[in-house]
Design a protein. Structure first.
Length: 318
């Protein structure tokens, strides 16, 4: 069995490592190559930073590509592809290059929450259960037929990082048994119900914004009569509306942790009349009230909410 792995972030490296160990024949690794995002320049010194999958492949002396079509152009011999949070659309020619196609590991129960941010969407929407879908990749976004799925409970303490890590850790274990069954034709593949599809997109820093009046109300245990639109979540083709309850705001803060982070706007005479961003680092629920634990004013260090109030007693939600 020879595999090309498509992936980029740290939380998919465990899947890659499990494939490497499980299908290893004597001293030969099953990983024929990896395809990952190009290195990026970061920091003040603009140093080149390689993706975790890139680093793994370099350490294991594997071929590394940044453009999926290179798999075809270089005629890389492999039976199947495995894709986990790669971050780019895979062309038809690459999908068809493999005898068994490409298995996409998607952290939601498709057709729920297609796109780049399904874990965050599952937490925000108040779901108690999510899961992972193993899908046979086709050219459309998370559209292909379902090979297998499993469910996973969402804990009240999960943020997007802890939930995502749980999902991919378990997905790696499940995949080890699924690949032989799939390649031997012992899996019943079924199409998705496309009419029930819901969608997400790649999150940006601005998507963590909480309207100040909603945050203030939640801290007082109140629910405003207002509509809170989450523009990067789509249901039935329309923007997802979230009722600004205390629980929903807490879910939103958990979902945005650690990236892109949740934030709001405050005003204070100390700010010179300007509104400033306040990032919410940690929060919890106390009965029906949202309690801020740690915050960070733009340009400042992280402090407790108590310390912030002592330092800016006149600060008010914008």
């Amino acid at each position: 069995m020879h595999i090309v792995f498509f992936g980029t972030p740290d939380y998919v490296v465990s899947v890659l490592e499990k494939l490497h160990k499980e299908f290893k024949a004597k001293t030969e690794s099953p990983i024929a190559a990896v395809v990952t995002q190009e290195p990026k320049l970061s920091g003040r010194e603009q140093l080149k930073t390689f993706s975790p999958v890139d680093t793994w492949a370099y350490q294991h002396k594997k071929l590394i590509f940044f453009d999926p079509i290179d798999i075809v152009n270089k005629n890389i011999a492999a039976d199947i592809g495995v894709l986990a949070s790669f971050g780019k659309i895979i062309p038809d020619a690459v999908i068809n290059h493999f005898k068994y196609g490409i298995i996409n590991i998607h952290p939601s129960l498709l057709p729920n929450w297609r796109g780049s941010s399904p874990v965050q969407a599952s937490i925000i929407s108040g779901e108690k259960t999510t899961g992972v879908t193993f899908m046979k990749l086709d050219p459309l976004l998370d559209h292909g037929p379902i090979i297998s799925q499993f469910k996973e409970e969402i804990s009240d303490t999960d943020n997007s990082e802890t939930l995502r890590n749980k999902l991919f850790e378990r997905a790696g274990d499940v995949l080890l048994g699924l690949i032989p069954a799939f390649t031997n034709g012992k899996v019943n593949i079924k199409p998705q119900d496309h009419e029930k599809a819901t969608f997400t997109k790649q999150l940006e820093k601005e998507d963590g914004f909480i309207p100040p009046k909603f945050l203030k109300a939640a801290m007082e245990g109140k629910t405003p009569r207002a509509k809170w639109e989450i523009p990067w979540m789509k249901v039935e083709g329309k923007t997802y509306n979230l009722k600004p309850t205390t629980q929903n705001l807490f879910n939103f803060i958990r979902a945005m942790d650690p990236w892109p982070g949740s934030w709001t706007l405050l005003r204070s005479p100390s700010f010179g009349g300007q509104a400033k961003r306040l990032k919410i680092i940690k929060a919890h629920l106390s009965e029906n009230n949202l309690v801020l634990d740690e915050v960070q004013l733009e340009g400042k260090s992280t402090v407790s909410w108590k310390q912030f109030c002592e330092g800016y007693p006149d600060a008010k939600f914008y």
